[in-house]
Design a binder for this molecule. Structure first.
Ligand code: PHE
Length: 450
């Protein structure tokens, strides 16, 4: 594998990058984080973090990747010609591996819910039980019966590995181009239905009327971490995909489109889930189980809901798999280039390692759930530590490396097509922000929120 694979078209790059960005982070994580952190105020911080920090950092990481033309572990040191900065790559790839282990578990839950909705079993409510209690019971039962989440996770991991086997052009790019538009269409249909629910207005108020008195440093760092997680930032993905982007593409344009698509889908997910919470009851702060408890209430009431439910979970599976492909790809590219593995061997190693990590998470939610650290299960701890510590930290380090150790003009040339320098109004603004404001702010937030 001396000849590096590459994306074949602009559309393909956008589909793959958006496919990576749009995933459980938008549909599963964003609503529950917003719900736990009081709604509107969290969303305002999230949007600011996305536009002011996420966007410039995306194109920065992308540019680093394209310039380095290497795996994420080496990209930062290659660009700056300073071996020390390997640390950023190792932090990023270490984080993404931890993310993979719980990501696959959640994807497994979704697969289980897909089948349960398809067969109708999800909606067999015992006489006398109210809907929130019923769906809480279904969720808890799933976790105690390790076998269902395990089978779900195996399906998720195996199908992802299958696509990675085929490489960038014929795997990642081909499938993303088909699956991402489909996701958009299904979303529109379901939101149309949500607008007819009684709780729709209350949901809109909850999501868009900020109560800033609820803001703490913890909320702020959570929102930043969530913005990065959702954009696949600070985990080596953009560095990796950037290394497969042809020189002719303008990285700023691509980054802008990814940010827009990702943000729309996150807000859509909020609009899909909260009307259900406010119409049928249940807590917006239910945590990671939110979409599994809230949405099925809608499906159980709407005509043909069982099929819509199945369609919805299918959509989430699609979104998760296009993200998991990208997560696997980061590590695969590292193994291929650092260890000289061929793509097939690298894929198998990643599949096996992620499976082991996932099983630990699954047990942690089931039989080992009384084992907690700081009140958190294994998955809770990984989710918290990556979201609030390592992801923002890698983002801050990326900003530092790019703005202090890589020349402005070199970065600007890497951002445009074919290395032609074009001056832009936003260039110096964001560069200044990433150089002077973002790193100290993130470091202070991480420390004070601990
Ligand atoms: N951004 C993806 C999501 O929102 C998750 C992801 C993380 C993808 C890291 C790639 C790398 O679900």
């Amino acid at each position: 594998m001396n000849e590096r694979d590459s994306f074949s078209s602009k559309l393909g790059i956008i589909a793959a990058a958006a496919g990576s960005a749009i995933g459980l982070g938008n549909i599963w994580k964003f609503p529950y984080m917003a719900g736990e952190n009081g709604g509107g105020a969290f969303i305002v911080v999230y949007l600011l973090a996305t536009i002011l920090i996420g966007y410039p950092l995306i194109y920065t990481e992308f540019a680093i990747g394209r310039n380095a033309r290497s795996n994420a572990l080496d990209a930062f040191s290659k660009v700056t010609k300073n071996k020390k900065f390997n640390i950023v790559g190792y932090l990023a790839v270490g984080t993404v591996f931890l993310v993979a282990t719980f990501y696959a578990m959640i994807a497994g839950w979704v697969i289980y819910y897909f089948f349960l909705s398809l067969t109708g079993g999800l909606y067999d409510v015992q006489a006398g039980m109210n809907l929130p209690d019923h769906f809480t019971m279904v969720f808890d039962t799933m976790n105690t019966h390790v076998i269902w989440p395990l089978l779900g996770a195996i399906v998720a991991i195996a199908s992802t590995g299958f696509i990675n086997f085929s490489g960038i052009k014929d795997g990642v790019e081909k499938y993303s181009k088909i699956l991402m538009p489909l996701l958009f269409v299904i979303f529109i249909v379901l939101i149309g239905y949500s607008t007819t629910l009684d709780g729709f207005k209350e949901a809109v108020t909850f999501l868009f009327k900020p109560d800033f008195s609820a803001l703490t440093t913890r909320t702020v760092i959570s929102a930043i971490g969530q913005a990065f997680f959702s954009l696949s930032l600070g985990m080596g993905l953009l560095a990796t995909y950037g290394s497969y982007v042809p020189k002719s593409e303008n990285i700023r344009t691509i980054s802008r489109q990814v940010v827009i698509a990702d943000t729309i889908i996150a807000l859509f997910s909020g609009l899909l889930i909260f009307p259900a919470v406010f119409t049928y009851g249940g807590s917006p702060a239910a945590g990671p189980s939110l979409i599994f408890k809230a949405l099925p209430q809608v499906f159980s009431q709407m005509p043909g809901g069982r099929w819509f439910g199945a369609l919805f979970f299918l959509l989430v599976i699609v979104a998760s798999v296009t993200s998991m492909i990208s997560i696997f790809e980061i590590i695969i590219t590292c193994l291929v280039e650092k260890m000289n593995f061929n793509r097939h061997k690298a894929t198998l190693v990643v599949v096996a390692a992620v499976l082991v990590g996932t099983i630990i998470n699954i047990l942690g939610e089931g039989p080992w759930s009384s084992f907690t650290i700081g009140g958190m299960t294994i998955f809770g701890l990984l989710d918290y530590a990556t979201n609030n510590i390592t992801i923002p930290l890698t983002g801050a380090l990326t900003a530092i490396v790019a703005t202090w150790f890589w020349k402005y003009i070199k970065m600007e040339k890497e951002l445009t097509s074919d290395g032609v320098y074009k001056s832009t109004a936003e260039g110096p603004f964001f560069f200044g922000l990433l150089k002077w404001v973002v790193p100290p702010m993130i470091l202070v937030l991480i420390l004070t929120s601990l």
